[in-house]
Design a protein around this ligand. Structure first.
Ligand code: DHB
Ligand code: MG
Length: 221
């Protein structure tokens, strides 16, 4: 199987299970028109997180790394009308595009887009242990910092999801050395391995952007 096969497969599955979506189409065109990088989560992953929120009854979410708000829209749909998604984005331009997309999707009342580096913004968020889900999807080199803040913010029994931990199998390829993103993922895996307060697993994803995956982490009650 080649990546083309996996792209076809992902699109085939999606065509059956993920409905045409005016708001997400509009958001993706707005991102393209504004030259945002095409590195959103896969539709399957966005919808998974939305379903997860509904199944578990997630009400309060922190997202680290907004980009154009594609995953934010899925998360915003997953939380109830009195829920809240706080998301942060280092680029003021991307944050503005995300606000437009979230407004167009009718989710502005549930979503706060904060502008700034996550390492600066996260410490301003609280109270501690008041969020059901933290989704980390920003610069991979700072994953250890984001994980520490996620642990502070998430409730006992809550969920931390970290995107992009597989990276086309580069994470485990020890001939890859000195790549900041891979170092950040490896450092995070070590931290979680030794963290007795959590239980975690990796879920693989594959599609047109290649092989990747996210860490799904339960903070023990
Ligand atoms: C890439 C993909 C992502 O989902 C992300 O958060 C950052 C980078 C990438 O494919 O390079
Ligand atoms: Mg990502």
């Amino acid at each position: 199987t080649t990546l083309d096969d996996w792209t076809r497969e992902a699109n085939f599955q999606r065509a059956h299970l993920i409905r045409d979506d005016e708001a997400l189409d509009w958001a993706m065109k707005n991102c393209e028109d504004n030259q945002l990088p095409d590195i959103n989560v896969e539709p399957a992953q966005g919808k998974f997180m939305s379903l997860l929120c509904q199944v578990v009854g997630v009400k309060r979410v922190v997202e680290v790394g907004t980009l154009g708000g594609y995953s934010t829209i899925w998360l915003g749909r997953g939380v109830p009308e009195d829920g809240k998604v706080i998301t942060m984005e280092i680029s003021p331009k991307y944050a503005e595009v995300a606000r437009q997309n979230i407004e167009h999707a009718g989710l502005s009342h549930k979503v706060d887009v904060l502008t700034g580096a996550a390492a600066d913004v996260l410490p301003t968020i609280g109270p501690d242990h008041s969020f059901d889900l933290i989704f980390v999807d920003a610069d991979k080199k700072n994953n250890p910092t984001y994980y520490r803040e996620a642990k502070r913010l998430v409730k006992k029994g809550g969920i931390i999801i970290v995107d992009n931990v597989v990276r086309n199998a580069r994470t485990s390829n020890m001939s890859v050395q000195g790549a900041p993103d891979i170092d950040g993922v490896r450092a995070l895996l070590k931290i979680v391995k030794d963290d007795k307060e959590v239980d975690a697993t990796t879920l693989g994803t594959v599609g047109e952007k290649g092989y990747d995956g996210f860490m799904f982490c339960r903070v023990l009650p």
